[in-house]
Design a protein around this ligand. Sequence first.
Ligand code: PMP
Length: 291
Amino acid sequence: MFLQGGGTLQFAMVPLNLLRKSGKADYIITGSWAKKAAKEAKKFGDIKIVASSEESTFSYIPEVKKEDFREDADYVHITYNNTIYGTHYPYIPDTGDIPLVADMSSCILSEEIDVTKFGLIYAGAQKNVAPAGVTIVIMREDLIGFAKGTVPTYLDYKVHAENDSAYNTPNCFAIYVAGEVFKHIKSIGGVSAMHDLDVEKAKKLYDYIDASSLYKCPVREQDRSLMNVVFVTGDSDLDKKFVAEGKAAGLHNLNGHRSIGGMRASIYNAMPMEGVDTLIEFMKKFEAENK
Ligand code: PMP
């Protein structure tokens, strides 16, 4: 389904549609977006935070087991790629019979996904798919149709499923661009080929950071994101200087999110290898000048 609005709207739609039996849902908190998703769900049901990496500024993905979830939970929610903190799940949590819901806003189309392992996947389009304003929802058909009568029509997945995402005027331009992006990805060999390129780009950058004596990536190695590469110098003034000089050199938006500072290079699918190479060249120069 293509729904209007951003990923944030799904923070409400998921509980409004999937809290269907016990009214309980379990959330894993791995960053600001996960926190916002849980906060929104708390308006509608009994939400338990089963694991969190907040004590370490979300620098890793917690390990969870089936036994950690409440047996009668209606669903479990995870944020598969954490845009701000540069982490990504290195595994798909085993939730047994409980549907797993995943926010894939910042990693969709960067890796092949076995959708059968998920009850619902949602992804705001604006990172890897299309302009902002449309969200992709992939859900198990047997989970459709549980929204209570009080849920606004537009927030009921059933309405969108039954109307082929055209209950009202769709965001035609964004959906058109999504189609073009899908065709492009197919033409280069599909999502697995895209993934190989993404791995190559990210590896180059992480390898350089790990080998350098100035920069450090705070994220645990196995949990590192292919899309959002977070790094610091360890000196916040130097980080600010890096961001300012980068901008002057034509490398924009290298600042980390305002909540954590440092630097973040978002190397989504549309970023070519040359962009990564240019960044590394700049990092080398900055390192030499600021030893
Ligand atoms: N989830 C994740 C992982 C995100 O990165 C974002 C936005 N950056 C959102 C949700 C919120 O999406 P939107 O801004 O489209 O509402």
